[in-house]
Ligand binder design. Structure first.
Ligand code: SF4
Length: 356
């Protein structure tokens, strides 16, 4: 028994997930490249469930790539807050402006053309080329790698196995309906060939799967054990003035670049290094925020200071504490603000309840 694209496509025709950026399997019309691109950029490093609400917000506020390109940076960054990996939001805007400007509102329809755009790497280019333009591109994400490793019983650990898995995936990619095939393999990985407990009895490739036959499917793909993430420490400074807090735009380059944040000292391994935004009566609260980034764990301790009305800070500006401010902050900064405001001498500044 052989694993074939036809079997997978027949399964996809029955079992495709309904997603707001997709068209149904076998549809004569192609999906909107803008929606495919937006969904793929949002889905990098996160799940469909986490993306759905953000996707609806973006396409409601900015229905076309031209609308997004014309949006103020700060509004887009605020709408992205919470999705993480903020360099992607900056690249999203840069890409929208290239497509809406020099490219005349048209996304390139080849992998090579797509890869020339900001923020589009090999995976995203292949996904857009396949799904939006029905090109026979080999789309490799974590789901597809897992399916291929199991189907062909590849025991070489990741990441060394990637080229082999790509080659094996290429042998299955069909010339006919490659877009549906790409989405079908993604769906198979997300709903049937899941990381811990593959539901092989429901799999269209069950009879052909070597990993299943050998009884090792759930152990694949093997991975090189990663070294533990280091721990960095820093201090978030919560300056308070008449119901407002001091915020600043973080430098464009670096982590959380271009996002709003509380002023922070440098983040470093070992002891937290003081780096207040200005001299004041900074008081440690004894509270800490813990947050995990891709490459390190962060522990931010929180210090507060009250400053008099009329004081003009040398960095940033004071903003009223509102749900809109909360929504515009990346997750770690939102946690720091909420925790800081809960400290004993900050309770006069409270976060109003959300309405509506
Ligand atoms: Fe995955 Fe099982 Fe299907 Fe093999 S048979 S591809 S392990 S779900």
């Amino acid at each position: 028994m052989e694993a074939t694209a036809e079997k997978l496509l027949a399964w996809y025709d029955r079992a495709a997930r309904e997603l707001p950026w997709r068209v149904p399997p076998g549809s004569a019309s192609r999906p909107d490249p803008y929606r495919i691109w937006l969904s793929e950029v949002m889905l990098q490093q996160t799940t469909v469930a986490a993306v759905l609400g953000y996707f609806e917000t973006f396409v409601t506020r900015w229905p076309t790539v031209a609308d997004l390109a014309a949006a103020p940076d700060a509004e887009v960054m605020a709408a992205w807050a919470g999705l993480g990996y903020y360099a992607r939001a900056r690249n999203l805007l840069a890409c929208a402006r290239v497509v809406a400007g020099p490219l005349g509102d048209r996304f390139p329809d080849t992998e090579a053309g797509l890869r020339a755009l900001p923020g589009i790497g090999p995976y995203t280019a292949a996904a857009i080329a396949a799904i939006a333009f029905d090109r026979p591109a080999v789309v490799m994400d974590g789901n597809v790698e897992r399916v291929m490793a199991r189907l062909f019983a590849v025991e070489t650990p990741l990441p060394a196995a990637k080229p082999r898995l790509h080659g094996l995936a290429a042998t299955l990619t069909p010339a006919l309906r490659p877009g549906d095939y790409a989405q079908g393999v993604m769906d198979l990985g997300a709903t049937v060939c899941t990381p811990r407990a593959p539901a092989c009895g429901r799999c269209p490739w069950g009879a052909a799967c070597r990993g299943r036959a050998l009884g090792i499917a759930a152990e694949l793909p093997r991975r090189v054990v990663k070294p533990a993430r280091p721990v960095r420490r820093g201090i978030a400074y919560l300056a308070l003035q008449e119901g407002a807090v001091l915020v600043e735009t973080r430098p464009e380059r670096g982590l959380l670049g271009g996002m709003l944040g509380l002023p922070c000292g440098a983040w470093s391994e070992g002891e937290a290094r003081p780096g207040p935004p200005f001299a004041a009566d900074w008081r440690p609260t004894g509270l800490e925020v813990r947050h995990t980034f891709t490459h390190f764990h962060l522990i931010l301790s929180i210090e507060t200071a009250w400053v008099p009305a009329g004081f003009a800070p040398p960095v940033g500006w004071f903003r009223k504490v509102t749900p809109a401010l909360e929504a515009a902050l990346p997750t770690v900064m939102r946690k720091a603000l909420k925790l800081g405001l809960s400290a004993g001498d900050c309770r006069a500044v409270t976060m109003p309840a959300k309405t509506g």
